[in-house]
Design a binder for this molecule. Sequence first.
Ligand SMILES: O=C([C@H](O)CO)[C@H](O)[C@H](O)COP(=O)(O)O
Length: 210
Amino acid sequence: MKLQVAIDLLSTKDALTLLEKVAEHVDIIELGTPLIKQEGLAVVTAVKAAYPNKIVFADMKTMDAGALEADMAFKAGADLVSVLAAAGDSTISGAVDAAKKHNKGIVADVIGVLDKATRVKQLKALGVHSVELHAGLDEQAQAGYSISKLLEAGRGADIPFAVAGGVNLDRITEVEDAGASVAVAGAAIYGAADPGAAAKALRAKIKNLG
Ligand SMILES: O=C([C@H](O)CO)[C@H](O)[C@H](O)COP(=O)(O)O
């Protein structure tokens, strides 16, 4: 399983400062949606230039204009780009076509999708690289939130999947045991008093790296 740091900070400067501490402990660097909205795709270019050997994930969460938005993010230096699984099939196909042109990948984010198992099957047929089983920050803030439902959706998935939604030291083993190929950790890393130590500790919990 790979470790992905989700950077939900709001400036390129802060993102690069964080990465000085955590990049060596992660496989994938995610530039979060709020960060891209604040800084534009220039943040993707800056991070890929600084870390050319890391997989850089632009969390675009595209809902329309799939080919155009994916093409923009790949041109900026992204290796992976997210599209919302709730988008229409033509939006997802357009983004997949753009990924093929750049020899890169589309990650379909199932945030907000109720019947995750059915949509995951359709996403595989649409040619996405992988899916992200994701409960967003707002859903996590609701009373009674538990990552378990996401993990249930993963158990039947016939496609590589990431899990995002409050992954931390207490939950990362469950995420790996559910079969995830990527554990996404945002606040557990950037919100820690020592982000480098937090990323290192998360990585140390992964039984099968890669
Ligand atoms: O994608 C995310 C969210 O929608 C805001 O951009 C988060 O990066 C993702 O949920 C992971 O963050 P944590 O839940 O803080 O681990």
